[in-house]
Design a protein around this ligand. Structure first.
Ligand code: NDP
Length: 445
């Protein structure tokens, strides 16, 4: 590895001893760009990697709110404004009990690269809270969102930092967050994306991450003499990304046979009944095990990690970070998987990723494969700025174009550095070259 890269990585580990997820993400990216740094000794002189790996700003705050029993609850709130070299900070908000600074720094760091790949003018950030919306009443969720925004509003803005949804932050939460921002700031701007269609949202934003994932995977298959049609697919998760990945894969002729939530997975040899999954997850906010109440011949297994034992041609991990480990990768490879597309952020561990690449599995990393969500968020911002509204078909066509473009960009970057078909390295290099160019242009600041 390049000496400068290796020194920055060692220093990063020493300075951030309790941030394993952030170190994992930084390790993957820094190792990948080692080849580029060999050609650019000026990066070290300018302290480029030290600046890149330190967030421009981290905001941490308390979020006090009152539950339905009149009891005061206090959660932690965060916004990591990681890098604004290419444009305003952009990245989702995650509400989940596991949220901590390490996870948000990993997500924010990845987001800088993902946003660079979209070709759109957006920097990288991420935020959230350890609040768990699961099991809370609508009123509790609203009071929490208002308390969260009561602090966040002073740090964000349509040209400064534009959050969106992520795990635990869907249409309902975005609505409450936006409503309170509007009240506090007295302005109706594109300060959040993923907004409802009635108040500035974009058609196809809801579908964008899942659809985009499948568009990119499809292009990767086509360019490697394969096709999606007729293939068996496993999609983990049953949230926003998973549902629309399943929908697009099915539309393109694949058969999705398994999906999960954090409790367990369902297997349906006839192909997943997506209308039922939508009804359970989007309407009832229920659990995936309810699927087998309707489809008696489907199977429910109360362990989500076991989903990777289901035989498939293509695996689309769309739930959460590190959900697919080395052991699961070995099983998938043994069962004949030939392509993996990451819908979630960093769902595959470093060891599992290496297994796939060494085995010749076509592996599309999340920062490229799931960039369709943020790309469409940027299209939402563009529509808001121009006070126009594109049709579903227009947005979907732009999304498809962007995803196909991202694939060719990462494929070319991998080839340029002699790493053909290593899309992890290709994605990191393609994204980095643009970020580095912008940062160097701005000087030391
Ligand atoms: P949702 O909250 O809509 O869905 C998350 C899904 O993953 C749920 O089915 C959830 O199950 C499941 N899940 C959560 N934790 C675990 C776990 N530990 N093990 C197994 N399953 C789990 O989130 P999204 O679909 O929006 O996000 C999914 C992933 O995609 C995240 O990594 C997110 O960062 C990433 N992503 C999302 C984008 C978007 O536009 N939404 C854009 C780009 C990336 P349960 O209901 O039991 O919690």
């Amino acid at each position: 590895m390049n000496k400068y890269v290796s020194k920055v990585l060692e220093d990063l580990k020493t300075k951030n001893p309790n941030q394993p997820e952030f170190i994992q993400a930084a390790t993957e990216i820094l190792e990948s760009i080692s080849l580029v740094c060999d050609e650019h000794p000026e990066y070290e002189e300018k302290g480029l990697l030290e600046m890149l790996t330190e967030p421009e700003r981290v905001i941490m705050f308390r979020v006090p709110w009152v539950d339905d029993n009149g009891k005061v609850q206090v959660n932690k709130g965060y916004r990591v404004q990681f890098n604004s070299a290419i444009g305003p900070y952009k990245g989702g908000l995650r509400f989940h009990p596991s949220v901590n600074l390490s996870i948000l720094k990993f997500l924010g760091f990845e987001q800088i690269f993902k946003n660079s790949l979209t070709t759109l003018p957006i920097g990288g950030g991420k935020g959230g809270s350890d609040f768990d919306p699961k099991g809370k009443s609508d009123n509790e969720v609203m009071r929490f969102c208002q308390a969260f925004m009561a602090e966040l509003y002073r740090h964000i803005g349509a040209d400064t930092d534009v959050p969106a949804g992520d795990i635990g932050v869907g249409a309902r939460e975005i609505g409450y967050l936006f409503g309170y921002y509007k009240k506090l700031a007295n302005e109706h701007t594109a300060v959040l994306t993923g907004r409802g269609l009635e108040y500035g949202g974009s058609l196809a934003r809801k579908q964008a991450t899942g659809y985009g994932l499948v568009y990119l995977v499809n292009e990767m298959l086509t360019c490697n003499g394969k096709e999606l049609k007729g293939k068996t697919v496993v999609v983990s998760g049953s949230g926003n990304v998973a549902i629309y990945a399943c929908e697009k894969a099915t539309q393109l002729g694949a058969k999705v046979v398994a999906m999960c939530d954090s409790n367990g997975y369902v297997y349906d040899a006839n192909g997943i009944d997506l209308d039922l999954v939508k009804e359970i997850k989007e309407v009832r906010r229920g659990r995936i095990k309810e699927y087998v109440d309707v489809h008696k011949d489907a199977k429910y297994v109360p362990d989500c990690r076991e989903i990777w034992t289901v035989k498939c041609d293509i695996a689309l991990p769309c739930a959460t970070q590190n959900e697919l480990d080395e052991k699961s990768a070995e099983i998938l490879i043994k069962n004949g998987v030939f392509a993996v597309g990451e819908g979630a952020n960093m769902p595959t561990t470093l060891e599992a990723t290496k297994k796939f690449i060494d085995a010749g599995v076509l592996f599309a990393p999340g920062k490229a494969a799931n960039a369709g969500g943020v790309a469409t968020s940027a299209l939402e911002m563009a529509q808001s700025s121009q006070r126009i509204f594109w049709s579903f078909e227009e947005v979907d066509a732009k999304l498809k174009n962007i995803m196909v473009g991202i694939f060719h960009n990462i494929d070319n970057a991998a080839r340029k550095y002699g790493k053909e078909n290593n899309f992890v390295i290709g994605a990191n290099i393609a994204a980095f070259e643009k970020i580095a160019g912008a940062m160097l242009a701005h000087g030391i600041c």
